[in-house]
Ligand binder design. Structure first.
Ligand code: MOS
Length: 736
């Protein structure tokens, strides 16, 4: 009966995107639009002693300069600044007072008739600071790190079992600060509709989240604030929390009672969230047969002085592998920096990197093939909670990935495989992520011409949500996908949380299915009122919507067309909205898994590392769209290459200031760095995780990739680099 779910349907918004019709937050226009430009701090900690806006105000075309002294009224309680993705602590308030909490903090906003004027005048704002001593180096604060989240409970006695283990490996791994750097700059356009009514176009992953936040911060009524984010040019977690551009743009609009546009610069985006630098200590003890006896995983991550951003780096370890003894610890260290935030697979991209490098090192110590070690430690249950998985086709991932890669031809000894001047290395790793789902509502409006509009307040952060919403609606209503219009990214639409955590595909698909059930029930009722109806006596579960018809499941010849049913019933639209909620299930673990195989070639003379092949075999339940899902995984693999070899935010600790706040000096993979990437989706039927068997693929693709590459670099060169990124200086010299 399904015809679109499971296919490689092209993006329904693809044409709009490539022709420039898709509009992003900083591209909306309004009559009488004012342009804003931000002034940011040049110290990391202290206060503003004096701020002189005179020269900026004197520039022709400048309308005002907002600072903490003259900004519109903002809420004074922390509660007013809360949002869905809030960590513990006291949320940052842009332009609130004279305090400086991090370098590159917004401290003034220039409002002008042209963006160039605003940007020029911003350079004329003069600030005198009273600086205080700052700390921005995680390594100096390890002793002061503290525990926030309670980690998963320990099992057995890991220290004792480790001490007694026949083969042991202990290592410290490091992941530096990484910035999201989405192509689209953070921006907000606030349309002043008169009477204090605002339409806000914001770059965000959650329009209803931003709407509630803006109303809280400025004491506005929800009816007066509508937030839209119809297209998002990448976000990867950086748009989960409301960012300061939206606060400043609303401040400007309220101050001048005019429409306002603020586009942050690339450098200013380095004052938003980021993946926190994290130190990971992993200790693994095993018997000589390769069965794990002890896992200890300790992580120390950075956070700000004012919030406790913490993600689960550690308990993936004994969730993934069987071990009777396990212990975790997760600590935070405070620095004078902005609060970190989620970045694709937060906690797992980092924690599993360390675990999977450590497993590779253990395999070397055991003289065991790395895949074989993982099979010997394979766990069919989540040992942390002592429950089975709803499904776990990880063994198939290992098998299919290894086959596609040609893993059997690997020569175990490091530096034993060559291609001319290049040392060749083959490495692998496992990936794991959660299969989450959130209460989400959808509305379907079916009109008499057989067209349907489906809507939900979710965003599409580039993952393909527009497309899968169209696919699911078309299948559930039995209409061609061309007849489906999707509306999303608007706070006035049915309920949605932020799009993140890989939960949206499952969540919105079930919301659509629930709304479509109601549509089917109403259509059947209409059809049964037709004289001599062939569907008389049937219950809603006895019929399906297919090919524009209401059809009896048992007898396909008993059918009425949707159009006829509606016309006879005298209705020109059938409209239903439903909230999908998901049952609590403490009896199962819900996870996606993957096996990654990577080949690197390392020039022995020059030390240049190239990732020549990657196979990522993923088990993530039912794949709604094999094309957009593969794109998610492919993008993740590219990012994993960046994480392994390129990405690193560099801070000058003397000034507490980022030195490479641009995408020239913050290195990311470019075309030349990306060669052969093969994505495999392993069959994973799962009727327990949710009725449609959907798990989500937004994040699983990056988990483990950096480890597979690091392990391949070791295999190629014999050099084990534990702190990312793996750069030439860290592997030199290769000829001794
Ligand atoms: Mo994702 S880091 O939940 O946008």
């Amino acid at each position: 009966m399904t015809s679109y779910i499971g296919t490689s349907t092209s993006r329904v918004d693809g044409r709009a995107k490539v022709t420039g019709r898709a509009q992003y937050a900083g591209e909306f226009k309004a009559p009488n639009l004012v342009y804003a430009s931000v002034v940011t701090s040049t110290i990391a900690r202290g206060r503003i002693a004096r701020i002189d806006t005179g020269r900026a105000l004197a520039v022709e075309g400048v309308l005002d300069v907002l600072t903490h002294k003259n900004r519109p009224k903002m809420a004074s309680t922390d509660e007013a600044y809360i949002d869905e993705c809030l960590p513990g602590g006291s949320p940052f308030r842009p332009l609130y007072d004279d305090k400086i909490k991090f370098n590159n903090q917004p401290i003034a906003l220039v409002l002008a008739e042209e963006s160039e004027i605003a940007r020029f005048a911003a350079t004329l704002v003069h600030i005198d600071y009273e600086a205080e001593e700052h700390t921005t180096d995680l390594h100096t604060q390890i002793d002061k790190a503290f525990v926030v989240d309670k980690p998963d409970k320990p099992r057995g006695n890991a220290a004792k079992a480790y001490a007694a283990a026949a083969v042991r490996h202990e290592g410290e791994y490091f992941i530096p600060i990484e910035h999201h750097n989405p192509m689209e700059l953070f921006a907000a356009t606030v349309i002043w509709n008169g009477d204090g009514k605002l339409t806000v176009f914001d770059k965000t992953q959650g329009v209803q989240n931003v709407q509630r936040y803006v109303c809280g911060v400025f004491g506005l009524h929800p009816d007066n604030v509508r937030v839209l984010s119809p297209f998002v040019g990448g976000a990867f977690g950086s748009g989960l929390r409301p960012q300061y551009e939206v606060v400043l743009a609303v401040q400007g609009a309220l101050q001048l009672q005019r429409s306002m546009q603020l586009v942050l610069t690339r450098a200013q985006m380095y004052g938003l969230g980021y993946r926190p630098a994290t130190i990971e200590r992993v200790a693994l003890g095993a018997s000589t047969d390769g069965t794990l006896q002890a896992i200890t995983h300790e992580a120390i991550a950075m956070t700000s002085q004012y919030e406790d951003f913490s993600r689960n780096d550690t308990s993936w370890s004994a969730l993934l592998y069987k071990s009777a003894n396990a212990k975790y610890e997760h600590k935070l260290a405070r620095l004078d920096v902005p609060t970190p935030c989620d970045m694709r697979a937060p906690g797992a991209a980092t924690g599993v990197y360390a675990l999977e490098c450590a497993m590779d090192e253990l395999a070397v110590a055991l003289k065991l093939d790395p895949v074989e070690l993982r099979l010997r430690c394979y766990s069919d249950s989540d040992q942390n909670n002592d429950v089975p998985f709803t499904s776990k086709q990880l063994k198939a991932c290992y098998r299919k990935g290894a086959e596609a890669f040609g893993w059997a031809r690997r020569i175990p000894e490091p530096r034993s495989m060559r291609d001319g001047n290049d040392l060749v290395g083959w490495g692998m790793a496992t990936g794991i992520w959660e299969a989450l789902q959130m209460p989400t509502a959808a509305r379907i409006v079916l009109t008499g011409n057989g067209h349907a509009e489906v809507s939900c307040a979710t965003t599409d952060i580039g993952t393909g949500t527009y497309t899968i919403m169209a696919q699911v609606t078309a299948d559930m209503l039995g209409v061609p996908i061309e007849n489906v219009t999707v509306k999303l990214g608007d706070s006035s639409l049915p309920h949605s949380q932020v799009e993140g955590g890989s939960w949206m595909a499952a969540s919105v698909a079930h919301a659509i299915a629930a709304a479509a059930d109601e549509v089917r029930i109403e259509l059947l009722g209409l059809a049964q009122k037709m004289p001599g109806s062939p569907l008389r006596g049937l219950q809603p579960d006895d019929v399906v919507l297919s090919d524009g018809m209401i059809v009896a499941k048992q007898n396909k010849s008993r059918a009425v067309s949707l159009v006829d049913a509606m016309r006879h019933g005298g209705v020109d639209r059938v409209e239903h909205e439903k909230l999908a909620e998901f049952k609590e299930d403490n009896k199962h673990a819900r996870n996606t898994h993957s096996a990654i195989f990577a080949e690197v070639k390392v020039d022995e003379q020059l030390g240049i590392i190239r990732v020549t092949r990657v196979v990522n075999a993923v088990a993530a339940g039912r794949i709604i769209n094999t094309k957009t899902a593969a794109s998610q995984i492919m993008g993740s693999v590219v990012w994993g290459i960046g994480m392994a070899l390129h990405e690193e935010t560099l801070v000058d600790h003397n000034f507490g200031r980022i030195m490479n706040a641009n995408i020239a000096e913050y290195h990311v993979p470019v075309n030349a760095d990306v060669q052969d990437i093969k994505i495999i989706f392993v069959d994973e039927p799962d009727s327990t995780v949710n009725p449609l068997g959907i798990k989500g693929v937004g994040e699983i693709g990056i988990v483990g990739v950096a480890a597979a590459i690091a392990n391949a670099v070791y295999h190629a060169t014999g050099k084990r680099v534990r702190d990312l990124p793996i750069t030439v200086d860290k592997i030199f010299p290769l000829i001794t």
